[in-house]
Design a protein around this ligand. Structure first.
Ligand code: NAP
Length: 230
């Protein structure tokens, strides 16, 4: 399928490459596509020029990526996700499936304390709402599916790499969209995809980031997974 990835950080790059490896036609979206911008170092990710050369995946504007995709991926920080999607444009988003990977991490100074494993969420995107819900509200025709936001993205695209059988979660209002995303996740190697129901299920998975961060500091690694046992 044609997949447009909105966001070119470590998550967009990793997911984009993983989808392409499964045979999908990916375009990776970023804000600035000048030669100079593409060559710039990126925190946690490689310069887009190097990435595009290595993967042979086109890098384009958010709008071009959104136009290209039959399925879209939101791979931006929760606090600015609506800004990024606005650049993609309502007409390009239409009624497409949006796989929303964002977490509402609060990046204001002092909100994150790695020495204590403390992370906070953006207050306006928590408690009685979530990034997933806000995207669905802003784009009512689109079919938002929250997914892949409860594990490090390297685990997200290769869950079997941990050597165990771990679980992942989806939430969204559209059953057909969730079935499609479940198939995409299974192709990455997830055997158990737990459907949390409508898009309000995103509240719980997005708030897992606070425990995820403490676990990462406690365990000394970002590569671990969740197994739900009844
Ligand atoms: N790291 C993980 O393993 C992991 C796992 C699961 C979920 N997540 C979540 O996945 C999401 C993406 O993470 P990331 O680290 O890849 O993201 P990131 O590097 O922070 O951001 C990626 C994109 O956001 C765009 N952006 C930044 N500020 C913007 C603004 N004001 N307006 C419009 N666009 C803007 C950037 O545009 P430019 O390209 O133009 O700079 C970039 O393409 C986050 O919500 C994160 O919490 C991360």
């Amino acid at each position: 399928m044609k997949i447009g990835v909105i966001g070119a950080g470590v998550v967009g790059q990793t997911v984009g490459e993983a989808f392409a490896a499964k045979g999908h036609e990916v375009v990776l979206g970023t804000r600035a596509v000048t030669e100079e911008e593409l060559a710039k170092p990126r925190s946690m990710a490689v310069p887009l020029k190097d990435w595009a050369t290595r993967t042979s995946i086109p890098v384009a504007t958010f709008r071009e990526a959104a136009r290209h995709g039959e399925i879209l991926v939101n791979a931006t920080a929760g606090g600015i996700a609506l800004d990024a999607l606005a650049l993609a444009g309502k007409d390009a988003i239409g009624s497409k499936v949006i796989i929303d990977i964002a977490n509402p991490i609060d990046f204001t100074p002092g909100a994150i304390d790695p020495s204590r494993g403390l992370m906070a969420s953006v207050p306006a995107l928590t408690n009685s709402t979530s990034v997933g819900e806000e995207i669905q509200r802003a784009y009512p025709e689109a079919r938002v599916v929250k997914a892949l936001n409860t594990a490090n993205i390297a685990v997200g695209v290769a869950p079997k790499s941990l050597g165990g059988d771990i679980d992942t979660f989806i939430a969204g209002d559209d059953a057909t969209a969730k079935a499609l995303v479940t198939d995409l996740l299974k192709a990455f190697g997830w055997s158990t995809v737990i459907d949390l129901g409508d898009i309000t299920g995103a509240r719980g998975t997005e708030q897992f980031i606070v425990l995820w961060f403490r676990l990462m500091v406690t365990l000394g690694t970002p590569t671990f997974g969740i197994k739900v046992v009844k």
